[in-house]
Design a protein around this ligand. Structure first.
Ligand code: ADP
Length: 232
């Protein structure tokens, strides 16, 4: 099992007021899955993604990543695991503005102490952007910037890619392109978990998990649509 949350609670305390962002979440995700997390604003989706990405720790409950209990990890160990095993994609791309596409993709390698430009180029190639390697983010369209961010998320060959509203800043055409890319990467074996509030985006996933008030209220497979033309 790649990911296993057991009765995970996350409680924030602000000015003496308690907010229960997660209220007993159980979630298991296997390698190779493509999961969309949906739910209204404030239902705990981002909190759950932060826990999954080892950016935040549960107040109580258990999180096992690749079979390993993450509550015992030190900050340094968690950072190392994040760098090597988890790829992140954000709504706002989060690319360094003065670094080229290639340099942005190389960053996780640099953090890991690996100098391997060819590997970064291969990741750019896998998202169809080798020809934009020397461009700055400002010289790329939104869809291209997000594809660079996806290449950056993939360059360490992580166990899972976590994407929080990856199409939130894209027009519908670029959104569809980015989702088709995730779909292809998933078919090639990449595990993807993404948050979205758009049904058209979630439709690309193979499983849809619904949050409400800090709980999972639905979890169902999402069979692939029958491609047009294959109908008899
Ligand atoms: P979603 O991503 O579904 O919109 P969130 O996980 O961001 O939901 O938030 C769930 C609840 O937790 C909300 O009520 C939100 O206000 C609260 N919350 C999230 N992060 C914090 C924080 N750092 N401090 C206090 N409350 C928070």
């Amino acid at each position: 099992m790649l990911i296993e949350l057991r009765d995970v609670w996350k409680v924030y305390r602000m000015d003496g007021v308690e907010v229960q962002a997660l209220r007993g979440v159980d979630l298991r995700v296997e390698a190779g899955e493509f999961v969309a997390i949906m739910g209204p604003s404030g239902s705990g989706k981002s909190t759950c993604m932060n826990v999954l990405g080892l950016l935040d720790r549960p107040t109580s409950g258990e999180y096992r990543f690749e079979g390993r209990d993450t509550t015992a990890l030190s900050e340094v160990e968690a950072a190392r695991l994040r760098n090597r095993r988890i790829g992140f994609v954000f709504q706002s791309f989060n690319l360094l503005p003065r670094a080229t596409a290639l340099e942005n993709v190389e960053l996780p390698l640099v953090y890991a102490g690996v100098r391997d430009r060819q590997r970064a180029l291969a990741a750019l190639r896998s998202v169809g952007l080798e020809h934009r390697a020397r461009h700055l983010p400002s010289q790329l369209s939104g869809g291209e910037q997000q594809r660079v961010a996806i290449a950056r998320a993939l360059v360490m060959q992580p166990a899972v890619v976590l994407a929080d509203e990856p199409t939130g800043n894209l027009d519908s055409r670029a959104s569809a392109e980015v989702m088709q890319l995730f779909q292809r990467l998933n078919r090639e074996g990449v595990t993807v978990i993404l948050v979205t509030h758009e049904a058209e985006v979630a439709a690309f996933a193979r499983r849809i998990v619904q949050f409400r008030d800090g709980r999972i209220v639905a979890d169902r497979p999402n069979p692939p649509r029958v491609p047009e033309g294959s109908l008899r």
